[in-house]
Design a protein around this ligand. Sequence first.
Ligand code: GDP
Length: 224
Amino acid sequence: MPSIGLTAGRCIAVHIPPKKEIMMNPIYHRVQFMESAAQIDTAPKDQGIEIAFAGRSNAGKSSAINALTRQKSLARASKTPGRTQLLNFFQIDEKRRFVDLPGYGYAKVPLAVKAQWHKMMQRYLNERKSLAGIVLVMDIRHPLTEFDWQMIEWCENSDVRLLILLTKADKLKYGAARNTLLSVQRELQQMTVSVSVQLFSAVKKTGIDEIHAVLDDWLEFAAD
Ligand code: GDP
């Protein structure tokens, strides 16, 4: 049904196409916790395709994983005490996985643990052949922390694809969220980093379709 718009005093019919419902690939809803690994040597076999989620502690990484898989508590596994410094693997299907990387940025963490985290992340990014890309989750109110830059630099150096989510976008007004998006994009451009940045909210479910499109591509679903 066309709606009516007013242009310079004239009444014209404007056709507004219905909002296209994008169906989520149902496979994401079936993602299951697989196992945790303290090092990459004890991780599941390095075959198939893996996408890793990284982010500062409390940035909203677990909530993002839960929203993207439309599951309430999938990523809670990685919050279990003792598992926070581990690589937590989730099975998508027999050849595809998500990995929840240890959260970083706790000021309280002893130096030795930080050093271990550095070593593990660097090895993971350099050596993991199945790694198809990193989704780096940042709280939109505190983007591009020192730790985020470290991840970005590692991705650049190891030629790993990167998607940045500015999450908790619902915490800002639309205009402020757009401005942060633009300024983050500008800052990355100035550092000659070419990467997609996406507004996201696990609460409002903003950005999910766009991120699924990237994940579908990285996971090569079209090739099946
Ligand atoms: P993680 O440590 O990075 O896994 O962070 P969590 O996913 O546990 O989120 C940290 C806090 O931020 C929790 O209190 C979440 O409820 C909250 N949170 C996460 N995502 C969002 C979001 O999109 N919007 C809002 N308003 N709060 C969020």
